[in-house]
Design a protein. Structure first.
Length: 65
């Protein structure tokens, strides 16, 4: 007869794996868009032309999301 703790551990492991899989599938786009958003924010600091140059980057990040 198996101890009850073995089945509890297995259930917790499966639950944790399910949560991680769901989080990974939902967060994938944000990870890809993050460098584009950081670059856009850095470019916006430049006076004058920063907003013009950052506009295509913002659109690109929106499309990725």
């Amino acid at each position: 007869m198996k101890p009850l703790t073995d089945s509890v551990r297995l259930g917790r492991l499966l639950g944790a794996m399910l949560i991680l899989a769901a989080a990974a599938s939902l967060a994938g786009c944000g990870v890809v868009a993050a460098p584009v958003r950081v670059t856009s924010a850095a470019v916006k600091v430049v006076p004058g032309a920063g907003d013009v140059v950052a506009a295509p980057l913002d659109v690109t990040a929106d499309v990725i999301d």
